[in-house]
Structures are given as structure tokens and as C-alpha cells.
Design a protein around this ligand. Structure first.
Ligand code: NDP
Ligand code: 8X3
Length: 250
């Protein structure tokens, strides 16, 4: 019986690479994001390999999120795997000059959005007493770096919520884990720096993780035997030792 996975943030980066990886393995997909043309093109690319349904909603919007998930056709309603991936950093500023709009965006998307999506999907999992939730945290959820303040706070919250989910959903046999990458070359820095050319330098002078590297680990986690739960993974590219130590060529 084919499984169904819902992936948030499937229009780019880690989420899109995960959609490709899951499609290769014949997992049915519900792909979410806000950019309709991207959703259409991923659906087109993957429909040859598996069944794909797309949902366009903003995870910041509680009503939109619940309505979108409630609108799923019958054949996509049984969600076996939830990949809570949608999220970004907004800004890289010291706490004393940070923007309130950036802070709202990070807490609303990375933390509250993850909670809204989870709240819409978990009851189906508890009813069926099965399911697997993977939250995409970050190395920024394990350590704090200069000017990372609120983004790091949002990712620390993701890790605390992941542990809370694992504890509360334990009686239902639902697996919960977090995958925490360091630097991954995606649109992340374009979003963080709002299109500023600073983003161009983030992945220069070393080989950063690629979104496919993270997708591999996510697929590994969801393909373990029933009695194995990958609870927490921290992954870096070889050049990275910590949030602030990256070996770069000149
Ligand atoms: P990208 O910017 O490439 O992708 C972000 C995805 O999130 C997009 O698909 C975007 O879709 C979606 N998204 C953003 N805001 C919203 C929103 N309000 N509602 C719905 N969807 C939204 O970045 P990454 O792939 O790198 O990021 C994915 C996750 O990985 C994030 O949680 C990030 O924090 C985490 N991460 C990234 C690292 C990195 O270095 N790149 C390292 C560690 C963790 P759309 O714009 O279409 O809505
Ligand atoms: C993304 C990695 O180091 O920019 O979570 O915070 S970092």
C-alpha cells in the first residue's frame, strides 16, 4: 500500500528536493507552498512517478491552513508522513536593531505555522494510531550565533516542540523526529537578505550541503523499520564545524 506524505515548503530547496526523493520511491505527495507556478511545475515534473496533489496556502494564516488541509480529496486524506519544512530566516541583525516584521515572520512561519499544520494533521494520525512527523530544525536550533537571535530562537522552539510531540504522541505509536542541517545552498539566504547581494557570498569558497543531501537523510529516516525512530540528526557539510566555523578557500 503506497504511503502519502505532506511536505510544506515544497516549492524550493530542501522541501522540493524531498518531494523528488519521495517520488522516486513511489510515495504519494501533497505538496504545499505559496508560489502557484512553482507548485504547478513540481507537480508536473513528479506526476510521472507518483500521485501528486498541490495545496497553496500561507502557513502564517491559521484559517487558510486548516481550510486547505480540510479540502484534500478522499484519496489524499490519510497522511502517513508529515514533513514540516516551510520556514526561513528573515534578516541577520543584532537584537537592538532587528526588525519587528522580521521577528513576526520567523515566529509566525517557523514556529506557529509548523504548529497549525501539525494541529490539522495529527488527529488523523492519533485516530489511526500511526504516522511519522519530521520537523526540519537547524543547527541554529542547537547553538546561537551572532545576530541569529530570533531565527535561532525559532529553531530552538522547533526542537522543543519536536520533543514535546514525541512524548505526547508516544502512546499512539507515532514517530517524531527532527533533522537539523547546517548551511544548505537553497534560496534561504536570498530570503534572509531580501535579495541583497550579501546572499551571493554565503555559499562561496566551500561546498555547502545541497538540498538533495538533506532529502537523502529525510528519506533514510522515513524508511527505517517500524520499530526504529530517527529522533534527532545534526548534519553539516565537511567544511562546517559549527555555526561560526566554516573552512573556506580564499
Ligand atoms: P528555501 O527558501 O529554499 O525554501 C523555503 C520554503 O518554505 C519554500 O518552499 C517556501 O515556499 C516555504 N515557505 C516560506 N514561507 C512560507 C509561508 N509563510 N507559508 C508557506 N510556505 C512558506 O529554504 P530552505 O529549503 O533552505 O528551507 C527549508 C527549511 O530548512 C526551513 O525551515 C529552514 O529554516 C530550514 N533550514 C535551512 C538551512 C539552510 O541553510 N538553507 C539550514 C537549516 C535549516 P513559498 O515561498 O512558495 O511559500
Ligand atoms: C540555516 C543555517 O547557519 O544560517 O538554519 O542558521 S544558519
Amino acid at each position: 500500500m503506497k504511503k502519502t506524505a505532506l511536505i510544506t515548503g515544497a516549492t524550493s530547496g530542501i522541501g522540493r528536493a524531498t518531494a523528488h526523493e519521495f517520488a522516486k520511491h513511489g510515495i504519494n505527495l501533497i505538496l504545499c507552498g505559496r508560489r502557484q507556478e512553482r507548485l504547478d511545475s513540481v507537480q508536473k515534473a513528479l506526476s510521472r512517478e507518483t500521485d501528486v496533489y498541490i495545496l497553496n496556502f500561507d502557513v502564517r494564516d491559521r484559517k487558510q491552513t486548516f481550510e486547505a488541509i480540510a479540502s484534500l480529496p478522499k484519496e489524499f486524506q490519510k497522511i502517513d508522513i508529515l514533513i514540516n519544512n516551510a520556514g526561513n530566516a528573515h534578516g541577520l541583525d543584532p537584537i537592538q536593531t532587528g526588525s519587528l516584521d522580521d521577528w513576526d515572520a520567523m515566529m509566525d512561519i517557523n514556529v506557529k505555522g509548523l504548529l497549525y499544520v501539525s494541529k490539522a494533521i495529527i488527529p488523523g494520525m492519533t485516530d489511526r494510531k500511526s504516522g511519522h512527523i519530521i520537523n526540519i530544525g537547524s543547527s541554529a536550533g542547537k547553538e546561537v550565533y551572532p545576530n541569529g537571535n530570533v531565527y535561532c530562537g525559532s529553531k530552538h522552539a522547533v526542537l522543543a516542540i519536536t520533543e514535546g510531540m514525541r512524548i505526547d504522541l508516544n502512546p499512539f505509536g507515532i514517530k517524531v523526529g527532527a533533522i537539523n542541517p547546517g548551511l544548505v545552498e537553497t534560496e534561504f539566504s536570498e530570503v534572509r537578505f531580501k535579495g541583497d547581494s550579501k546572499a551571493d557570498n554565503v555559499y562561496k569558497g566551500y561546498k555547502a550541503l545541497q538540498p538533495e543531501d538533506v532529502a537523502d537523510v529525510i528519506y533514510f529516516a522515513i524508511s527505517r523499520p517500524a520499530h526504529v525512530n530517527i529522533a534527532d540528526v545534526l548534519m553539516f557539510c565537511t567544511a562546517q564545524a559549527s555555526s561560526t566555523i566554516v573552512k573556506k578557500s580564499n
